[in-house]
Design a protein around this ligand. Structure first.
Ligand code: FES
Length: 148
């Protein structure tokens, strides 16, 4: 039995130890906000927070989960997540939208750790989150807007 705490709710799941966390979140728990992009830790679409640290859920087996998992569904209840999402809306960041949950999760983790990052720090922190629509300039502008 695998025990996971996701967005403050405890789950006891009868799943294999090596199941990727992304599978557990989407297919077992049924929360679909976290996306499957590449499945090999290369794109960032599946980003969640593990005790506040941006983590790629596609390449994290459930047996390796330590601490609390937070997903995009909980960002509306998080003060920094709210600011980031509002900036995303204000600037119309999303195009197709598929990668944007992962982008927001990574951006929120950055601003929680570094509330007023330099532009270069934002670029460095976000460079592993891919967007096939090329919304990178708007993502950068939104993070700067949400920063203190
Ligand atoms: Fe996890 Fe691409 S789906 S990094």
């Amino acid at each position: 039995m695998i025990k996971l705490t996701i967005n403050g709710e405890q789950h006891e799941l009868d799943i294999p130890d090596n199941m990727p966390l992304l599978w557990a979140i989407r297919d077992i728990v049924g929360m679909k906000g976290t996306k499957f992009g590449c499945g090999i830790g290369q794109c960032g679409a599946c980003t969640v927070h593990m005790d506040g640290v941006a983590t790629r859920s596609c390449s994290t087996p459930v047996s390796a989960v330590q601490g609390e998992i937070t997903t995009i569904e909980a960002m509306a209840d998080d003060p920094v997540g709210q600011k980031v999402q509002q900036a995303w809306l204000d600037l119309g960041v999303a195009q197709c939208g598929y990668c944007q949950g992962g982008q927001i999760m990574n951006a929120t983790a950055l601003l929680k750790k570094t509330p007023a990052p330099e532009t270069g720090e934002i670029v460095d922190a976000m460079e592993g989150n891919l967007c096939r629509c090329g919304t990178y300039n708007r993502i950068l502008a939104a993070i700067e807007r949400a920063a203190d």
